[in-house]
Write a protein that binds this ligand. Structure first.
Ligand SMILES: [Zn+2]
Length: 461
C-alpha cells in the first residue's frame, strides 16, 4: 500500500503535550495518524480534505501524550508479588532466588501477559523485560515473553539477561540458578539473531543484559559487551542500586560500581543501566561524558530501601534518564504512572527539594527519556510528524481529574488517569480503559493459576 493510501485516524479537540524538544503543547489541537506514523499535529482542527479517513475521534476532555515507555522490568516476577515485603535488596534476592529458580515456560508466559497487560492498560506503548533466570530445561522463555508482547500489540525490547556468578564464586544467587559463561553468551547471541529487528518501526528488539555485578562474572560482563557491539544491539544491566552493592564491588574488584563498569566496557551511549542510586559527582560525570543512560525506578528503590537516585543532577549533567517499573516482586503496582508520580515526589524529598523535578519533566522521563535510553528517540517518545504513532488519550474530565488546573499536572500529580485510547504503531491496544487485543480477565486467571503452581512446586521442595 502506498503511503498516500494509508488509512488515516484523526483525533481532535484535545489538549496535547507533544514532549518535543521545545515542550510544545496545544490547549486544543489535533493529531492525524496515517498508517503507523504521525502525519501531522497542531493547534485547532485537523486539515480539511484528507482522504481515506477511517476514524475521526472527538478528544474533548482528554490530554494526548506520547505513549509511556518502560525501560526496566522483570516480567516473571508477576507471579511472585507480595513476598519478602520487609527486606532490603540483598536479603530480598536471597529470599526469592530459590522460588525464581523453579520457573518454566508456562509460568513465564502467564507472568509476561500479566505484566504487559497492567502496563499497557495504563498507557505504556513500549515495554521492556530484563529476563535473567534461565533454569535448565525450563523451555523457550525468551520466545514466550516476545510472543506475549507481540500478541498484545505492544512495542517491546527484550533484555536477554544472564547470571554466572553463584555462591561458589562469591556471588549472591544459589549455584543451581545460574548459567555457564559459554551457555549464557551462546543463548544470548541466538536470541538476538532470531528476534532482533533493527528497522525504524521495529516492534521487537533485543539487548544483551548480564544481570548485575554481584551475579555475573567479570568475564561475562566483558564478553557480553563485546557480543552486543559485534551484533549492533544495546547493553543493559543493574548498577549502583544499594550501599551493599557498592561495598561488594569495593571488596571484590577494589573499586566502586561505575569504575568497574568502565573497566569492563559498560559505559557508552549504547548502554542503559537500572537504578544508579549510589552515584557520586564523578560517577554522574562519567555517565554524562559517555552518554550512558539510566532507568530510574523510584518505587522499587523505595520498597527495597535502596535510596534516592540523583535524577535532577543527572539531567543537569546531560545524562539520558528514563523510568522503570522494575520487577513486580519489588513494585507490586506494576504500572508506570506510579513512576512518573514517584519520580517527582521522591526526588523532592532529596537535596533539591521543590526544584527537583516538575510535572513536565516527569512526563518527559516517562516518554522521550525512555525512548532515548532504549536508543529509539528518532522513532518514538514524542509526538512529531514522521515519528511512529504510539500515543495515549488520557481522560481528564472525570472524577479524578476534572478539577485539576492543568492537564499535564492532572496526569502526573493526580490518580492514574483512565486511558480512553492508546495506539501502538497506529493500531488501538486500549479502548475505553480496557485492553482490546487480549482478554484481561483470562490473563488474571491464568497468572493466578501459574503463581499457585509455582508456590506448590516450591513448597514440595
Ligand atoms: Zn531490576
Amino acid at each position: 500500500m502506498a503511503a498516500s493510501a494509508a488509512a488515516r485516524t484523526i483525533i481532535e479537540n484535545c489538549a496535547i503535550a507533544t514532549v518535543d524538544a521545545n515542550d510544545t503543547e496545544y490547549a486544543s489541537g489535533y493529531v492525524v495518524v496515517a498508517g503507523n506514523r504521525i502525519e501531522s499535529i497542531g493547534a485547532g482542527k485537523a486539515p480539511e480534505g484528507l482522504d481515506n479517513v477511517v476514524r475521526r475521534i472527538d478528544g474533548t476532555g482528554h490530554l494526548v501524550t506520547p505513549g509511556l515507555v518502560n525501560t526496566h522490568h522483570h516480567f516473571y516476577q508477576w507471579i511472585t508479588r507480595g513476598l519478602a515485603t520487609d527486606h532490603n535488596l540483598f536479603n530480598w534476592l536471597v529470599a526469592l532466588y530459590p522460588t525464581w529458580a523453579r520457573i518454566d515456560e508456562a509460568m513465564v508466559k502467564a507472568a509476561a501477559q500479566g505484566s504487559l497487560a497492567m502496563m499497557a492498560r495504563g498507557g505504556v506503548t513500549t515495554a521492556m523485560d530484563h529476563h535473567y533466570v534461565f533454569p535448565k530445561g525450563s523451555g523457550d522463555l525468551s520466545g514466550a515473553v516476545i510472543g506475549a508482547a507481540s500478541d498484545m500489540g505492544v512495542r517491546f525490547t527484550l533484555a536477554r539477561g544472564s547470571m554466572d556468578r553463584s555462591e561458589k564464586d562469591g556471588g549472591l544467587p544459589p549455584d543451581f540458578a545460574v548459567e555457564t559463561l559459554e551457555g549464557a553468551l551462546t543463548a544470548t547471541e541466538e536470541t538476538v539473531r532470531k528476534h532482533h529487528d533493527a528497522s525504524f518501526d521495529a516492534m521487537t528488539q533485543v539487548a544483551v543484559a548480564p544481570c548485575s555485578p554481584f551475579s555475573v562474572s567479570t568475564e561475562l560482563m566483558k564478553q557480553g559487551a563485546e557480543l552486543a557491539r559485534r551484533l549492533g544491539v544495546r547493553l543493559h544491566t543493574h548498577g549502583s542500586e544499594t550501599v551493599e552493592e557498592e561495598q561488594f564491588c569495593k571488596e571484590l574488584f577494589g573499586m566502586g560500581p561505575t569504575d568497574y563498569f568502565e573497566s569492563t566496557g559498560w559505559l557508552g551511549s549504547d548502554v542503559w543501566m537500572a537504578h544508579c542510586v549510589h552515584m557520586n559527582d564523578s560517577d554522574i560525570a562519567a555517565f554524562a561524558r559517555t552518554g550512558t543512560g539510566v532507568a530510574h525506578c523510584p518505587s522499587s528503590n523505595a520498597r527495597l530501601a535502596a535510596g534516592i537516585a540523583r535524577v535532577p543532577d543527572m539531567l543537569k549533567a546531560g545524562v539520558p534518564v528514563g523510568l522503570g517499573v522494575d520487577g513486580t516482586a519489588s513494585n507490586e503496582s506494576g504500572e508506570l504512572h506510579t513512576e512518573l508520580r514517584n519520580a517527582l515526589l521522591i526526588n523532592r524529598l532529596g537535596a533539591h527539594r521543590e526544584a527537583a523535578l516538575n510535572a513536565r519533566q516527569a512526563l518527559r522521563l516517562g516518554t522521550y527519556g525512555g525512548a532515548q535510553v532504549l536508543g529509539r528517540a528518532d522513532q518514538i517518545g514524542s509526538l512529531e510528524a514522521g515519528k511512529l504513532a504510539d500515543l495515549v488519550m488520557w481522560k481528564i474530565d472525570g472524577l479524578g481529574h476534572s478539577t485539576i488546573a492543568d492537564p499535564v499536572t492532572a496526569i502526573v500529580f493526580g490518580a492514574a488517569a483512565p486511558v480512553t485510547l492508546s495506539l501502538v504503531n497506529g493500531k488501538p491496544v486500549v479502548e475505553d480503559n480496557r485492553l482490546i487485543t487480549v482478554d484481561e480477565d483470562a490473563i488474571a486467571r491464568d497468572a493466578r493459576a501459574e503463581a499457585q503452581r509455582l508456590a506448590r512446586i516450591v513448597a514440595q521442595g
